[in-house]
Design a protein around this ligand. Sequence first.
Ligand code: NAD
Ligand code: IPM
Ligand code: MN
Length: 353
Amino acid sequence: MKKLDISVIPGDGIGKEVVPEALRVLDTIAKVHGGLTLNYTHYPWSSEYYVEHGKMMPDNGLDLLSQSDAIFLGAVGDPSLVKDHISLGGLLLKIRREFEQVINIRPAKQIKGIVSPLTNPRDFDIMIVRENSEGEYSSSGGRVHHGIDEIVVQNSIFTKKAVSRVMEYAFELARKRNGHLTSATKSNGIVHSMPFWDDVLAEVSQNYKDIPTKSEHIDALSAFFITKPHTLDVVVASNLFGDILSDIGAAIMGSIGIAPAGNINLNGKYPSMFEPVHGSAPDIYGKGIANPVGQIWTAKMMLDHFDEMEMGTVLLHAIEQTLQSGIKTPDIGGNSNTTEVTDAIIAKIEELA
Ligand code: NAD
Ligand code: IPM
Ligand code: MN
């Protein structure tokens, strides 16, 4: 019997609503398929925790998490309690950075039962590979001077090590998918970092001559996500470009509420972390209408990560069949609530078993 220890951090807002639902789904799939025991350790680290303790997680928080095989996270951020840069910096971004989760994979593809807002889109299946450790998210810089003379400097730091690493990951993925690679650049405007990004791409691509490769400027590429997403396959992007592209990817799928993501540690020293693309959605928190599909699809990505592909496939089929039957939340045109959608997905899994 395979056993996985999962650290669970629901976080803030709708994270607290969709994470328990996704765990119910995971438990069902593990039960009906057998051979897998999931052992959860729950951590209440959140903005509320910060208000009580003055920190987003205890001092030994990372030690506790490091004992698990993976982290399953909802969303972090409650600006009514804590400023975002403090809550995110003290939990989500800290885990990504300290646990060397250097790659963020974010699929944007059509699934059955959800209508894309695009008019007659051709089938698209994109995998965004986002650099997750540096670039525009580097913490170097700060505010200087006072009053009218106050300025702020934020340094984007790109290292050859991290850029070539994310590109190699993206090329390998493109090869596995028999696909092609698009690199998001902006070398016409950002004079230092993006020409460097392009140079590293040119160098790494020497080892992947079988993979068709091209670069697109991020502004044009954002438009292509809308006008011709079917022409894209693997898209490699810097931290901020990848962040923005993944919300566009979610939007063309039909809702930000369905997009999953995985923060991958490559060196095996620390657990990887799985969390949906969306945030804590304070505007709908407490109404019971959050779409649980993003968190549940994220659970599938976690199962895939542990080579439980069969379970992952059943899970996605159950999601699709539920949505096709019309049971869906309001963000994708339905009138079911979070629990009803989850219940229906669970029933489908049991039916498909
Ligand atoms: P958001 O993703 O929380 O919400 C954007 C819009 O999408 C809102 O209208 C929301 O209602 C809707 N939405 C999001 N998830 C949904 C779901 N599952 N079902 C239905 N509708 C959904 O982004 P935001 O409003 O920019 O940020 C809110 C808070 O979340 C902020 O504190 C932000 O910093 C944080 N945030 C956290 C993460 C994360 O933890 N990974 C990601 C993004 C934003
Ligand atoms: C995401 C989020 C985070 C990011 C924020 C909340 C720090 O937008 O996971 O996409 O920018 O990475
Ligand atoms: Mn984002």
